[in-house]
Write a new protein. Structure first.
Length: 444
């Protein structure tokens, strides 16, 4: 058993025993209440699942195993330029709750390099699709095609004790994460560069090699990929892609099918596709204003016109956060340190100063601040990756780290099939009638 796998097994066994004891003693403890507004409002803020790898605080933002993004940028082992953390380190942290050493990260990089060969049939399946097929659709198809290699599916069919489900799931997760950059880069090169593919450079780290295969070998872009793939990796379990992976995984589907489901959720415009919509909105604004260097007054006028037309400002407002997204601020800090003046990046910063006061004045938005989608695209454009309908694929490669590390935990802890209770509107009306009658009786 490899050292990371052994460490996970020890921690998961201890955690599983702790949870069993806790539920035996306190399983009936009432910890939350549900309102009709939550039932009809997308189950917003209902505490109904366990997600070990990260937690989202409304004020402080995302924390991975208790560490904030600024802390991780300092603590995690960095790339060769010593600028940004390597995503391998974050995966290690999410899986076992320990900040890894440089040697442990090097080991994990080597593991993923050894596991990174993609079955040839996956490329053949992709090549049957029109090049105009959306990159996210291609990614979902490619991940599903790789399911034929699932260790978990094979061992489950052979007969596997439920306490061992985590073991082949770990193998699937390691293999899938290792292969994703190769698959994503293949999709990018076939969709936008005429199938002129670039062979992997196995001397590079996971994110650096991904940048290389995409066709961007500048050191700063590799550094950006390390940061991008780290900060997008997880956002607790309630977001759509994470929850989908949890739901599909709870049926005992393997990591490939669970992740394909997560990517179908990420592809929606209210979730991961938002980063694509932000870039589109900025360019529409610049076209409408007839300039790449609009004033803040011009931006404010366009923002108000957008709102008056009944449309949202993409990239602004978040279901949980009540402060600027730390991921946005990390990307802003990267741009300030690594880039000279860039018109589109400057527009992003001017929008950052302009939009929140306007949204606050409406009194309808709890969080008028930007999320990560409001900035990420502008940085990619600066370095030449301007095909913005590919951006969600980058998001997906990163999100694999979080949802798949949690999938291993879900299997190790023996989480059951997720099956919430649904209700009808007639039931809701009955509850209102009962409450009204009880209130009238109490007042009589």
């Amino acid at each position: 058993m490899d050292p990371l796998k052994q460490l996970f097994h020890e921690k998961a066994t201890a955690q599983r025993n702790k949870i069993k004891t806790m539920l035996k003693e306190h399983g009936e403890l009432v910890v939350d209440q549900v309102t009709l507004g939550q039932i009809y409002g997308g189950a917003r803020n209902i505490k109904s699942m366990v997600w070990e790898t990260s937690d989202l605080d409304s004020e402080l933002g995302i924390k991975f195993r208790g560490y904030s993004i600024p802390e991780l940028r300092d603590l995690l082992p960095k790339g060769t330029d010593k600028k940004e953390p390597r995503p391998e380190g974050l995966f290690w942290l999410m899986l076992v709750g320990e900040v890894p050493t440089v040697e442990q990260v090097e080991w994990l990089t080597l593991q993923w390099t050894h596991r990174s060969n993609v079955p040839e049939h996956v490329f053949k399946v992709l090549d049957t699709l029109p090049e105009t097929t959306h990159p996210m659709t291609q990614l979902i198809i490619a991940v599903t095609a790789m399911q034929s290699e699932s260790c978990y599916a094979r061992r489950y069919d052979e007969g596997l004790h439920k306490e061992e489900y985590w073991d082949p799931t770990y193998e699937d997760v390691m293999n899938l994460i290792a292969r994703l950059p190769r698959v994503a880069a293949y999709i990018y090169r076939r969709s936008f560069h005429g199938g002129n593919h670039i062979a992997p450079n196995i001397q590079l780290d996971w994110a650096g090699n991904f940048a290389h295969m995409l066709g961007f070998d500048k050191a700063d872009f590799r550094s950006l990929m390390r940061l991008y793939l780290t900060i997008h990796a997880d956002h607790e379990g309630g977001n759509a892609s994470a929850h989908t992976s949890h739901l599909v995984g709870s049926t005992l589907s393997d990591a490939y099918l669970s992740f394909a489901g997560a990517m179908a959720a990420l592809a929606g415009p209210l979730h991961g596709l938002a980063n694509q919509e932000v870039v589109g909105w900025i360019y529409k604004m610049l076209d409408a204003l007839g300039t790449r260097t609009p004033t803040k007054d011009q931006i404010a006028g366009y923002v108000k016109a957008t709102i008056d037309a009944g449309q949202v400002i993409p990239g602004y407002g978040h279901a949980v956060l009540r402060q600027p997204d730390p991921r946005f601020m990390a990307l802003k800090d990267f741009a300030e340190k690594n880039m000279g003046h860039d018109d589109v990046v400057q527009v992003v910063w001017d929008v950052f100063e302009t939009v929140p006061p306007i949204l606050e004045s409406l009194g309808k938005v709890k969080n008028p601040w930007p999320n990560v989608d409001a900035h990420s695209g502008a940085l990619l454009i600066h370095y030449g990756l301007s095909e913005f309908n590919f951006y969600t694929v980058l998001f997906g490669v990163s999100r694999a780290l979080g949802v798949l590390s949690q999938l291993v935990w879900s299997r190790a802890l023996g989480f059951p099939l997720e099956r919430p209770k649904s209700v009808t509107t007639d039931w809701a009306l009955e509850q209102i009638a009962k409450h009204t009658a009880a209130t009238a009786t109490n007042h009589a």
